[in-house]
Design a protein around this ligand. Structure first.
Ligand code: HEM
Ligand SMILES: [Cu+2]
Length: 646
């Protein structure tokens, strides 16, 4: 510790105690609770899955009735997609991206805090509703007319529709922050061609979120206004169109799976590069594949609608596009295999999960290509074949890399190592359990078992496969339990983690584990694609060059140009604030109120307007205002000498 880091510490740390906890805008603290909350929702949604599998273990079971089962699969699907998969990926990025690009916080830290609270309140609401018997009941895809007030009377679908809209606000906030962080806050010298692949993946993902989420927010808002205020967007009898729902939903829904999957690709690249001890093979094709996937993902949504009777010519186009997207996926797979084949492998648990990913994702991808063909899709539409397919891509393609990434970044985040021995057990239990659960579902689907049924008659030949599948789901549950124990144990008495336990190449490992509140004591300057590896070779770089001139007495960061990352100006980020919390609370009240009374939109807007006004009210002490004054009084004094306020 020297005087400079003491000053940084004073500037960047939160107020102590509960107030600090509530007001923090530190990307690391917000991300930590974001990750923990998302994993909490994963466990809750997983318990629902376990209950469903228990119900389906034998034919004509009466443990769970049809009404509750409807709510269970709807909430399982909605929570896994909206409250676990997307948020957890964004949350990891909120932690890692600012560190990887070498800056001191995320671009809009208060928006970040706001996003977390909105997400938390929205998620809690949907589960509270479930426990009060107003859980969603029309599936995670909420098709009309099933979700219209004719077939879903009561408040169940209203809650679902509003909470979907609401939690997507959180996803959009984070996407905007990540785009701004990556485009303007990269360390000097980190040109576009030197951005770590995980950061590239998050950049593409964030753009996809910006284009995809509004579609589902629009569709769910149309739905709620059809249900509550008598509009007719989806009512064919009054000139509306039920297919509009499917178009809007899947225009979001297909990119959604890539929004979940793309960050996982970035995680894999980080893990592969580190544990193969060599730069990734084919950096440029990798980046191009990510970008291509981002574009193509918006041109495939109709493959979810083959059974709706659209013109055959249109269907053929979407078949072709769906098959096309296997090309960039293939490019990445081959690049990783080439990297692994020519590297010096360190088979740690993180890499093990990536290798598990290869096997599972290829299988899920193959059934995806099968489903893209219209005749086959028409046969297996709405059967367990589809359930098998999408769990292979979602769990194999995203959850396996995510768990790998957890092992990889846990030391950085917590300052402790996870047990590798327990990790190996956990991995094999997960891998075997996963296949035991989901592989038989392919066959079940082919022999005709429909999805979304709460039970089935004996004598269909479905019993054995269902029973096997249920056994597998308990193995997955045991594996998740092991993971939780591993984390809890390591937090209490794990081995302390050094700054760079794996010998990784990117900047996030240049700082201590866990990083100090200001991340970097000096802003690093980047001269290659792998700042911590000398000559892009996997030998450690002894020293990083650094940039000077960023003030330490206020929360200042260095902004750089989007392409070349040459320094352009200094920018002061805001201090901790309680108002993101109050604004999130006010907007929650508005949304919940609007479910019961349309005037809730009007009256509920008043507290929201008040909280937002206070949040954005300019203050004399506001650093962004002070900035301008400094430009005048400080002319010619850009040497970063710390000054003490009078
Ligand atoms: C962890 C182990 C998991 C198990 C055992 C499991 C099991 C199930 C089961 C039994 C169903 C209901 C099938 C039906 O009745 O039609 C289902 C549906 C679904 N699951 Fe999972 N699941 C798991 C994890 C996940 C994950 C991680 C995701 C997403 C990231 C996910 C997304 C979905 C979706 C979207 C549905 C469709 C819901 C609907 O039909 O509306 N699941 N899952
Ligand atoms: Cu799709």
């Amino acid at each position: 510790m020297n005087a400079a880091t003491d000053r940084l510490q004073a500037t960047w740390s939160d107020p102590p105690g509960f107030i600090g906890w509530l007001t923090t805008v530190d990307h690391k603290r917000v991300a930590r609770r974001y990750i923990a909350t998302a994993l909490g929702f994963f466990v809750l949604a997983g318990l629902l899955a376990l209950a469903m599998r228990t119900q389906l273990a034998v034919s004509e079971n009466s443990l769970i009735g049809p009404d509750l089962y409807n709510q269970m699969f709807s909430l399982h699907g909605s929570a896994m997609m909206f409250l676990f998969a997307v948020p957890v990926m964004e949350a990891v990025a909120v932690y890692v991206v600012p560190l990887m690009v070498g800056t001191r916080n995320i671009s809009f830290p208060r928006l970040n805090a706001f996003s977390y609270w909105v997400y938390l309140f929205g998620g809690i609401m949907i589960f509270v509703a479930f426990f009060m018997d107003v859980g969603p009941e029309a599936g995670w895809s909420g098709y009309v007319p099933l979700s219209s007030s004719d077939f879903s009377p009561g408040k169940r679908t209203d809650f679902w529709a509003q909470m979907i809209t609401f939690t997507e606000v959180a996803a959009l906030c984070v996407a905007v922050e990540i785009i701004a962080t990556v485009m303007t806050m990269r360390a000097p010298g980190m040109t576009l061609a030197r951005i770590p692949l995980f950061v590239w993946a998050m950049l593409v993902t964030s753009f996809m979120i910006v284009f995809a989420m509004p579609a589902v927010m629009l569709s769910s808002s149309f739905l709620i206004s059809d249900r509550l205020v008598g509009t007719q967007f989806y009512n064919a009898a009054e000139g509306g169109d039920p297919l509009l729902w499917q178009h809007l939903f899947w225009f979001f829904g297909h990119p959604e799976v890539y929004i979940i999957f793309m960050p996982a690709l970035g995680m894999i690249s980080s893990i592969v590069e580190t544990f193969a001890r060599r730069p990734i093979f084919g950096y440029v094709p990798m980046v191009l594949a990510l970008v291509a996937t981002g574009f193509l993902a918006f041109g495939l949504w109709v493959h979810h609608m083959f059974a709706t009777g659209l013109p055959p010519m249109g269907n053929s186009f979407y078949t072709a596009a769906s098959m096309l997207i296997a090309v960039p996926a293939g490019v990445q797979i081959f690049c990783w295999i080439a990297t692994l084949a020519t590297g010096r492998l360190h088979l740690r648990v993180a890499l093990l999960h990536v290798i598990g990913f290869f096997a599972l994702f290829v299988l899920g991808g193959l059934t995806g290509v099968m489903l893209a063909s219209v005749p086959l899709d028409l046969q297996v539409h709405d059967t367990y074949f589809v359930v098998a397919h999408f769990h292979y891509v979602l769990i194999g393609g995203a959850v396996f890399p995510l768990v790998g990434a957890l092992y990889y970044w846990f030391p950085k985040i917590s300052g402790r190592m996870l047990s590798e021995r327990m990790g190996r057990w956990q991995f094999w239990l997960f891998f075997v359990g996963f296949n035991v659960t989901f592989f038989p579902m392919h066959y079940l689907g082919l022999i005709g078992m429909p999805r979304r049924v709460y039970t089935y008659p004996a004598g269909m030949g479905w019993d054995l496969y269902n029973f096997i599948s249920t056994v597998g789901s308990y193995m997955i549950a045991a594996s998740v339990l092991l993971l939780v124990i591993n984390i809890a144990r390591s937090l209490r008495k794990g081995e302390a983690a050094p700054a760079d336990p794996w010998g990784s190449p990117d900047l996030s490992w240049a700082v201590s584990s866990p990083p100090p509140s200001y991340n970097f004591a000096h802003i690093p300057v980047v001269t290659g694609r792998h700042p911590l590896w000398a000559d892009d070779n996997a030998t450690p770089e002894p020293r990083l060059p650094v940039a000077e001139g960023v003030r330490e007495d206020r929360r200042e960061v260095l902004l750089t140009t989007p392409v070349d990352a040459t320094p352009c100006c200094r920018w002061a980020l805001p201090d901790p604030s309680i108002w993101p919390f109050w604004s999130a609370l006010a907007i929650t009240v508005l949304f919940v109120w609007s479910i019961f009374d349309q005037w809730g939109i009007v009256w509920g807007a008043i507290p929201l307007a008040i909280t937002l006004t206070i949040w954005f009210w300019p203050k004399r002490s506001d650093p962004s205002l002070k900035h301008d004054e400094d430009e005048h009084t400080d002319e010619g004094r850009d040497d970063g000498e710390p000054r003490h306020a009078a």
